[in-house]
Design a protein around this ligand. Structure first.
Ligand code: DP6
Length: 362
């Protein structure tokens, strides 16, 4: 089993010039959800997501040969230009956890500057974009210092593996349009250790899918995804859930290939409500949906019935509604959002996003 540990990646520090690397990496929206994990960041079921575009994290990694010879990793961290100690501690722990993969990290002084394109309080899962951006910086740094990763596919696979160790969903953000994480017989090369690209298996109608994010509430959620995954360990419905996710994925993949919007939408909505159903039926239970989320779902389903437009919803681990629809009905759907959904959003605000081309080195 690949674990990417490589004790040979050690620098002759006298020869290292200071430098910097910047990556911009997007969030993603899981259609079939990852909810429940085991071992070291291994998923209980495979998941598939659309890679987003306008919701991204940009991370700049500065490095220079280390001045002192302490054993821990040397890190300064700035979020939106301000130092942030809780984030720094979390990142330091993460960097220590990948120091067997990138042993040269201990030989450098590192400074990370990071920022999100979306409002910090928007309640958008930022761990996928943040951890994928950082994993890409680390993987690029290895390549810059050792010229080890000339092959693009090998680079992406390693970046995805390293992103997974920071946050499971982050491993899917590495790839354009859509990605699958988790071993699945039908998809050759799929793995629990990293995500694989799915763009080639996606019909044009999904490659340009819109995902407008309706902000039902922007307050910070009171329970982390990590804790939610933990509650699945004793969840009475856990085994049925993992089987259901696999079934949904087996149906989603052919629907993505053929452009079957109706099947796509049925699965997306089922997965979203199942995720929240699992939260509501765990012990202790919790509810992240807001009354306005439910009101929006009702209005959306009514609109769909009336107009027959293929517009569907999904949810992340939060109250904000993701509206999924193909590009050719944008004018109609935006009109509906403006008239009927926007008034239900906090500060009447929503984010416009769509399936994107994946991370870019800036
Ligand atoms: C509901 O990837 O945030 O968004 O691995 O503990 O960092 P950790 O969890 P995380 O969980 C994401 C859960 C989800 C579904 C999904 O993205 O698949």
């Amino acid at each position: 089993m690949t674990d990417y540990k490589n004790p040979n990646l050690i620098l002759e520090t006298a020869k290292v010039e200071p430098g910097e690397i910047t990556w911009r990496s997007p969030a993603n929206l899981a259609i079939v959800k990852y909810w429940g994990k085991h071992g070291v960041q291994m998923p209980k079921n495979p998941s598939l997501s659309l890679t987003l575009s306008s919701s991204f994290t940009e991370t700049l990694l500065e490095y220079r040969p280390r001045e002192t010879s302490e054993s821990g990793i040397s890190l300064e961290f700035f979020f939106h230009q301000e130092s942030n100690e809780p984030f720094r501690e979390r990142l330091l722990k993460y960097l220590e956890s990948v120091a067997d993969i990138f042993p040269f990290l201990r030989q450098l002084d590192l400074t990370i500057y990071s920022g999100n394109s979306f409002p910090h309080s928007a309640g958008i899962a930022s761990s996928a974009s943040a951890m994928s951006a950082l994993a890409l910086c680390l993987t690029s740094l290895e390549h810059e210092l050792f010229e080890t990763l000339d092959d693009d596919a090998a680079f992406d696979q390693k970046a995805s593996y390293v992103a997974r160790l920071g946050s499971g969903s982050a491993c899917r953000s590495i790839f354009p349009k859509a990605a699958l994480w988790g071993e699945m017989g039908e998809v050759k090369g799929s793995s629990d250790l990293f995500a694989v690209p799915m763009a080639e298996h996606v019909h044009a109608v999904f490659a340009n899918m819109h995902d407008d994010i309706l902000l039902a509430s922007t307050s910070v959620k009171h329970i982390s995804s990590r804790a939610g995954h933990g509650l699945m360990e004793t969840h009475p419905f856990a085994e049925a859930r993992y089987a259901d996710a696999k079934r949904n994925l087996s149906r989603l993949i052919p629907a993505l290939r053929s452009g079957d919007l109706e099947e796509f939408g049925r699965i997306a909505e089922n997965e979203a409500l199942t995720l929240h159903g699992l939260m509501m039926s765990s012990n202790p239970s919790y509810v992240l949906l807001k009354p306005n989320t439910l009101e929006m779902i009702e209005r959306l389903r009514h609109y769909r019935q009336e107009t027959k437009h293929p517009v569907y919803f999904s949810l992340d681990a939060g109250p904000n509604l993701h509206l999924l629809y193909p590009a050719n009905i944008i004018h109609e759907v935006r009109g509906f959002i403006e008239d009927e959904l926007k008034p239900l959003c906090e500060d009447e605000s929503y984010l416009e996003d769509w399936a994107g081309d994946g991370p870019v080195q800036v």
